[in-house]
Write a protein that binds this ligand. Structure first.
Ligand code: SF4
Length: 267
């Protein structure tokens, strides 16, 4: 595969979300250095031979994530979890030597070496990265409002489209046409609660992590007026005290995946 073949799979808009100044520079990096092609969130991966650059890039990405997990474990290892617990909205279980807290309605037991989610080791290392990052933040003051869109947070512009692609747009499609009772039941299982908002079809607040609430606002489609269904995610203004932008966007992606799994599993 050559760089132009990679470029042909991009929207060619040089948006820089991949971290490269142009789609061509990205194509060169993929073919010459074997970086993960999924760094472009818009890349058409269909039929892509990711071995073409001589590297199994899926394995490379997973190894990179696992290395980051080990790095973060090392960073939190010296922390005093008992002191951290209230700052993270967690409970310290001294007998098991773990922090206990909820993650999208699931029970997390996070120790200095292991993480269990509902009693199982997470399959995706990105969950571990998110959870160790949350602990590494050191916690802080509880959420206080106001609610902000991602675009209002500092240094977030490159991630706005990613959040839309992997969280807001899938949720808008998921919520469309769902029976209200099923939607509320699934949201409850994911830790969410409905909240009043007369200007939207449905508004839910999810404590994705104890100090990381996310507000999901859904407007149903209005075909007569030409409006498509839409979801907007809002964050508390203190959210970056707890997570970096990348983990924050991943947490929104996980929220969408969890709701999808709960709703499609129950349908
Ligand atoms: S993220 Fe994709 S579309 Fe944007 S500059 Fe990089 S390669 Fe091009």
């Amino acid at each position: 595969m050559n760089p132009l073949e990679v470029v042909a799979r991009t929207p060619k808009n040089n948006c820089r979300e991949c971290g490269y100044p142009s789609c061509l520079a990205f194509g060169v990096a993929v073919t010459a250095t074997g970086i993960d092609p999924r760094r472009c969130p818009y890349l058409n991966l269909e039929g892509l031979n990711i071995q073409a650059a001589g590297v199994n890039l899926e394995d490379a990405a997973r190894l990179r994530d696992l290395a980051l997990v080990e790095h973060l474990k090392g960073k939190v290892a010296g922390g005093d979890f008992a002191t951290l617990a209230p700052r993270l909205g967690a409970t310290w279980n001294g007998a098991a030597q773990v922090l206990a807290f909820a993650y999208l309605g699931q029970e997390v037991a996070l120790g200095k070496d292991t993480i269990l989610i509902d009693g199982r080791e997470p399959e995706d290392p990105r969950d571990q990265i998110l959870l160790y990052n949350y602990v590494h933040s050191g916690g802080g003051a509880p959420p206080s409002g106001p609610w902000l869109g991602l675009e209002s947070l500092p240094n977030s512009i490159s991630k706005v489209r990613t959040l839309a692609t992997y969280c807001e747009e899938p949720l808008a499609r998921l919520f469309t046409g769902q029976p209200h009772d099923l939607l509320i039941a699934a949201a409850t299982l994911a830790g969410g609660t409905p909240t009043a908002n007369p200007s939207a079809t449905q508004t839910l607040i999810f404590p994705v992590l104890p100090r990381l609430p996310q507000q999901v606002i859904f407007w149903a489609e209005e075909p007569e007026d030409g409006f498509a269904a839409r979801v907007k995610i809002l964050f508390d203004q203190r959210v970056l005290d707890y997570l970096d932008i990348e983990s924050l966007v991943f947490s929104g992606e996980r929220l969408a995946e969890r709701l999808t799994s709960l709703i499609t599993g129950a349908a």
